[in-house]
Ligand binder design. Sequence first.
Ligand code: ADP
Ligand code: 5GP
Length: 193
Amino acid sequence: MSRSKQSEKILIFSAPSGAGKSTIVQHLMKTYPYLGFSISATSRAPRGEEQNGREYYFLTPAEFQDRIKNGELIEYQEVYKGFYYGTLRSEVERICFEGKIAVFDIDVKGGINLKKLYGERALSIFIMPPNVEALRERLRLRGTETEESIERRVSKATEEIGYASEFDLTLINDNLESCLKEAEMVVESFYNQ
Ligand code: ADP
Ligand code: 5GP
């Protein structure tokens, strides 16, 4: 497949927090060198081992607002009250220039907006948890969130699940291994089409 052909395509992954989206996206990034991860900007603080320029570009709230004013974001959302996340135009350009398929780990509303922007060039995938209680359990086991942050994330989940039908595909992440296999099939078929 030619470089220009791949550079027209994007893969969007959205899910309620704790559904396993980052686990799945990270697995795909390691497996397929023709994918390029779009590193978002965020005004939240780094957690755990996260590094600036690897998982996110960590900005102060004022820096984030400047990026919005300067038109540097192709989409952004206040995903949790006071915490902004957005897609940098420069990231999408960088990945396209490398001739790769851009991969987005993005909230549900952002995912729907990107799909509208890219149309047929985008494949949007919703990662569905087996149930809401599993989200709470997984977030607790991940050990990166306070109880307050867990409840904020879980309470958004029901609304987010209501948007699943607006995505091209839904993958249920109950058994991780089989979900990873399904995700691989989806990526390979998108790459080859
Ligand atoms: P998200 O990016 O959607 O918030 P993560 O990928 O960080 O979610 O996953 C949340 C936690 O759940 C992590 O600790 C991860 O290892 C775990 N996890 C992911 N998928 C499964 C699964 N199918 N079964 C059990 N635990 C899972
Ligand atoms: P977290 O704080 O767990 O890293 O991310 C919280 C949520 O923000 C996740 O659903 C994640 O996908 C989403 N997110 C990350 N980057 C972006 C982005 O660039 N735009 C939007 N709209 N959401 C994002």
